[in-house]
Design a protein around this ligand. Sequence first.
Ligand code: CAA
Ligand code: NAP
Length: 241
Amino acid sequence: MARVAIVTGGTRGIGEAISIALKNAGYTVAATYGGNDEAAAAFKEANGINVYKWDCGDAKSCADGIAQVTADLGDVDIVVNNAGITRDGMLHKMTAENWNDVIRTNLDSVFYMTKPVIEGMRERGFGRIISISSINGRKGQMGQANYSAAKAGLLGFTKALAQEGARKGITANVIAPGYINTEMVAAVPEKVLESIVGQIPVGRLGEAAEIARCVVFLASDDAGFITGACLDANGGQYMAS
Ligand code: CAA
Ligand code: NAP
């Protein structure tokens, strides 16, 4: 039977590409989203992938949502923690609300999405937890103290979980994309974005499908010896040692 994958924020941007790539690789996919019903309906219509609406930053919604996906599609084998938001601003201008929204949606969600599936994965001896971090969690970014903290937090979470899951066939890995051509990046002021693209050695933004291919690899049996890793896909903009 096909393995079941949940992709949070799987109806738009990078998540959309991940959902499609996993479906094409033979997985049964559940794509979640938070509020954009129109985009989700168009995605479902175009791709025939099941969509589910819940706030990934809310513990009960995640537990209930995962229970529904399990009832509909079967036990969850792969979680792709992709949903995320930005609330950019220099720290001296950042509100507590902007801090909390980003930590809740980008970091707390990863606990809320992983906790309900981890016991079943341990029992079945297989699991893949793949979390989408960011170049800005690796290097820090002015105007993104909240986002950089959340995305760096994913690295610690993943390294701990990788050790816990290793003997149970569960891998936990992070992908850290650079600047990818989605609506999230389109919100960056034009002049700033120009200067960012100037800092990317390959000379362009990345494409969502380039991140999706990383996910498909890390989800596969071929990647069973890779755990606790961070796969940087950033066009050479930041080369971590
Ligand atoms: N890279 C390089 N320089 C940057 C920068 C960046 N990412 N962000 C801001 N700056 C520079 C600006 O060019 C500007 O320089 P000058 O003074 O020389 O003109 C200076 O910082 C101050 O910026 P602003 O004048 O825009 O100041 P502001 O207070 O009005 O706004 C800001 C600050 C909200 C941070 C705004 O500059 C901004 O939105 N910057 C983009 C931050 C960013 O990179 N966000 C990434 C969003 S996409 C994403 O997060 C996905 C991912 O994981 C990669
Ligand atoms: P995007 O185009 O803005 O899409 C974000 C997705 O997340 C949407 O499907 C959105 O749902 C969903 N989402 C947001 N808040 C949610 C919530 N509370 N509950 C459930 N779903 C929620 O973003 P993207 O550029 O594809 O980014 C995807 C991930 O990659 C994010 O974690 C981002 O931080 C990370 N990333 C992006 C880049 C980049 O350059 N784009 C680089 C590095 C890392 P709705 O459609 O309902 O709004």
